[in-house]
Design a protein around this ligand. Structure first.
Ligand SMILES: [Zn+2]
Length: 464
């Protein structure tokens, strides 16, 4: 009855002791790789980079671009040589998908081979444009889950905890990736509630309360909404719950004051999962350098920038075996700290906070404006809620920008909130930006706050 050729199940394709040596899971990672010397970090990075370059060279998308640029994997002799590898952006991936539907030619694994190399497929959340598929091997799923488990551990989640996962289980890997990290690498008991559309906000609160959950995985804004619901139900978010870890996206001060736990910033994206997380010093997320080499480049020219300069993140993953991401200019703005030892004892390189999308930049009467910066300045008023949404519109022959803010309907001094925010924006950015007040909940459709892993903050309506 047997069929020829290898049929291997997911647990048969990964050498788990090898995996745990290369990418230590928590808690042992924090006494091991996390404290490695600079020489050790860079020695391992270079070896993994060279291995990964050979694999990427077998993938048509990369081979084509590298040959055009006259680059071969053998030329990677030092970490510095990475700058010779051509970078690419999401537009190049989109073109690859258009020319080779549905998967593009950038995958390093195949659906046809799933019988011997089990595959999972996930799509990007499409914060920008059409969703992009990524194929993951079992090694890639587990290694990625280990990185996430480290981040969750640093944020306060401990083995055996009950955790509510309020992300939507969908074509996006967000909810699933958390699930794998929690269940497979931290033995956490996951309550898979899904978003408020699947499990009502009231029910989410009930479950977190009854099961003494140490975290509810969702956005910061939704976490604050859960706190409002808890109070409505006569519960005190600090005293009646057991929350130990908070989301990395949202109003940090308000979240910490509301739930009585600490926020830790982190950074990641669909194709590679979790890249970096803050340590207890809260001084910039540490990059998991056994899994990534991160550079900062000029968003327009792709040229590498120096430490401390703001530019676009250019990410190379060195932990996967399947679909590579090798010098992916992700167009998220940030900067790198100089290489130095953190007070926490780690030499792992730190990056600055996410400072906006390079491709969301709007030129408003000659001034470069990032919607995230508009949001940050506009929200500097305690009467406002943390939600905002920015639109660029064309009026007559002028570009205008409008920022929608949220204040309760019975909030005093609504006119004063608007004029105050407009004055702050004018003073800080040098151009006039209009402010419009919305009622709580009114922006949800635009921000997709309950369904999207990253709330949307900007829409360009100038073509409309
Ligand atoms: Zn540190």
């Amino acid at each position: 009855m047997g069929t020829p050729g290898a049929f291997r199940r997911p647990f048969e394709v990964v050498d788990y002791s090898a995996l745990m040596r290369v990418h230590e899971p928590p808690p042992e990672y924090f006494d091991g790789g996390y404290l490695a010397s600079l020489e050790e970090i860079e020695r391992r990075q270079l070896a993994s980079l060279q291995r990964r370059a050979q694999q990427a060279y077998e993938v048509p998308f990369f081979r084509r671009r590298w040959e055009q640029a006259g680059f071969q994997p053998g030329q990677l002799r030092t970490l510095d040589d990475l700058r010779r590898v051509p970078a690419y952006t999401v537009d190049d991936l989109r073109r690859s998908i258009e020319e080779h539907p549905p998967l593009g030619d950038y995958q390093g694994a195949s659906l046809a081979g799933a019988r011997s190399e089990p595959i999972r497929i996930f799509m990007s959340g499409a914060t920008t444009g059409a969703p992009r598929p990524t194929l993951y091997t079992q090694w890639d799923r587990d290694a990625g889950a280990i990185l996430m488990a480290r981040a969750l551990y640093l944020q306060g989640i401990r083995p055996g905890d009950v955790v509510v996962n309020a992300w939507a289980y969908s074509t996006h890997n967000g909810a699933f990736a958390f699930d794998e990290a929690l269940h497979r690498w931290l033995n956490c008991v996951v309550l898979t509630t899904g978003t408020g559309n699947v499990t009502s906000t009231r029910r989410q609160v009930e479950l977190a309360h009854q099961y003494r959950a140490t975290a509810i995985l969702t956005t910061g804004d939704y976490m604050l909404r859960l706190a409002d619901m808890a109070r409505e139900m006569g519960l005190d978010p600090r005293a009646d719950f057991n929350i130990q870890a908070l989301p990395n996206i949202g109003d940090r001060d308000k979240l910490e004051a509301t739930w009585g736990a600490q926020c830790f910033e982190s950074y990641g994206f669909h194709e590679v999962q979790w890249v970096a997380v803050e340590c207890p010093e809260h001084d910039g997320p540490h990059i998991f350098e056994d899994a990534f080499v991160v550079q900062i480049v000029n968003p327009e020219t792709g040229e590498e920038l120096s430490d401390g300069e703001q530019g676009a993140l250019c990410v190379t993953e060195i932990y996967k075996t399947g679909s590579p991401q090798f010098r992916y200019n992700i167009m998220d703005l940030s900067f790198l700290y100089p290489r130095e030892r953190c007070k926490c004892g780690s030499w792992l390189r730190r990056m600055g906070p996410f400072a906006g999308r390079a491709d969301n930049m709007v030129k408003l009467r000659g001034v470069n404006i990032w919607p995230e910066a508009v949001g940050e300045i506009a929200l500097d008023d305690a009467r406002l809620e943390t939600d905002y949404f920015v639109r660029a519109v064309r009026e007559g022959n002028r570009d205008e920008m409008i920022v929608h803010l949220v204040a309760p309907l019975d909030c005093p001094g609504r006119d004063d909130i608007v004029s105050g925010a407009e004055a702050r924006l004018k003073e800080r950015l040098g151009v006039r930006i209009r402010v419009a007040l919305a009622a709580p909940g009114e922006l949800d459709e635009m921000t997709e706050i309950e369904t999207s892993p990253k709330p949307k903050r900007f829409r360009d309506d100038r073509g409309a």
